[in-house]
Design a protein around this ligand. Structure first.
Ligand code: GTP
Ligand code: MG
Length: 382
């Protein structure tokens, strides 16, 4: 990505809507890009540039001023390297903005892929991102060819119909290869899963919006030291550790990748195998950051359920944890539970330890009740 030491300076073009804008800023910062300037738009679906043409011209002037008129080295540090548009753009729109401004342009999906790339540590996470990337590229191959062929030499330019087919086939082959590798990784995991089942240890998983505090809770409960940060998508792979609930019960606790709103289906698909494993748990703890504004909490909560529903999770297995209680008063916790119509939530804080022993008790109760329900079902059906 950015091999030079100089930070990548980016212009962010986001929505006027404050939730979307703040999230887009966090995403840009999580990719380690420095935001030089922010432009907002009510809509980002204009056909030529995504953003409106007036705004595009404004950005062009800003970039020109920043990149061309300052020649000395010191000022060159202010050079704009990138424009990030917080929406899905077509290749044509990206090409148009880039041609107009002379700067590389990426959209929201590419930005999320960039963050994933810079964070992925395990082979499986890397494969999942490669799969998402191939799926991102595929629909763009033909479009890209059309866009560049105008300026390229015909025939040898590699952009004719023939080479588009070659590139397409290449991506398809790559996708097959990545899927195969992912299957291998999955079957290895399945094996672990079978072994776990043999031990009959119940599995409890932590899910929630990115930065909700999953890993912080995981670390607290299992005395682990996994990376936590205010950046988005700190965790990309799954970790499982045992957790003693009481003298009669030990469970396996799983921490995994977080969710985000407006995530295209192919990206959820790419992480499906990891998520599915977590979601096959006996109990799913859905973390909600209660220290945020109510409107933001609502948007994130709804997005989490969108993903959970997409992955066909049984709602009865979900227990909502209103976390970061240290940053919210009791009244706020009641308001959140009421507004979001969450019947049995628990308020906790991984920072202060509030509600943690009650959480453990509740996990124990829920697992035991679940096991009894399954046993009763067996009696009825069998
Ligand atoms: N005040 C407060 N901050 C918390 C609490 N739990 C987590 N945090 C902070 O929230 C931020 C995100 O925490 P993480 O544990 O990395 O969140 P995550 O859900 O694992 O995030 P991803 O891995 O990015 O999906 C960090 O800055 C934590 O210090 C809490 O109970 N109280
Ligand atoms: Mg995490």
């Amino acid at each position: 990505m950015n091999s030079a030491k100089k930070p990548t300076r980016a212009i962010l073009v986001g929505y006027l809507d404050s939730f979307r804008l703040e999230e887009a800023k966090s995403l840009v910062e999580s990719a380690d890009y420095t935001i030089s300037k922010v432009y907002t738009q009510k809509y980002l679906n204009h056909s030529q540039y995504g953003l409106g043409s007036g705004k595009a011209e404004e950005i062009k002037e800003f970039v020109k001023e920043a990149n061309e008129t300052r020649k000395d080295d010191k000022d060159r540090k202010a050079k704009i390297d990138l424009i990030v548009v917080d929406e899905h753009l077509t290749s044509k729109q990206m090409h148009n903005v880039s041609k107009l401004t002379g700067v590389r342009v990426i959209d929201r999906e590419r930005l999320i892929l960039d963050i994933f790339y810079s964070r992925a540590t395990t082979t499986e996470a890397k494969l999942q991102i490669q799969l998402a990337e191939v799926q991102y590229e595929m629909p763009r191959v033909r479009e890209n060819a059309k866009l560049t062929s105008g300026g390229e030499r015909a025939g040898k330019g590699g952009m004719g119909e023939y080479s588009v087919d070659v590139k397409f086939r290449d991506l398809k082959r790559r996708m097959g290869f990545i899927k195969e590798k992912l299957e291998e990784a999955k079957s290895k995991r399945d094996l672990y899963h079978q072994q776990r089942l043999k031990t009959r240890m119940p599995v409890v998983s932590l899910v929630g919006y990115t930065s909700a505090g999953k890993t912080t809770l995981f670390n607290l409960l299992t005395a682990e030291n996994k990376e936590i940060s205010a950046s988005l998508f700190t965790t990309l792979s799954t970790t499982t550790r045992s957790l003693m609930i009481d003298q009669n019960m030990t469970v396996l606790l799983t921490d995994t990748v977080g969710f985000i709103s407006r995530l295209p289906t192919y990206m959820i698909d790419a992480f499906k195998s990891t998520l599915e494993e977590s979601l096959a748990a006996d109990l799913i703890l859905l973390l909600v950051d209660s220290s945020e504004e109510l409107d933001d909490i609502r948007i994130k909560y709804v997005s989490c359920w969108d993903v959970l529903k997409e992955l066909k999770v049984d709602a009865a297995k979900v227990l909502v944890l209103l976390t970061k209680h240290d940053g919210a008063d009791a009244q706020k916790i009641d308001t959140i539970a009421g507004e979001l119509q969450i019947p049995n939530s628990l308020a906790i804080s991984s920072k202060s330890g509030y509600g943690i022993s009650r959480l453990k008790q509740t996990i124990g109760q829920r697992i035991r009740t679940g096991a009894r329900a399954i046993a009763a079902e067996h009696v009825r059906t069998g």
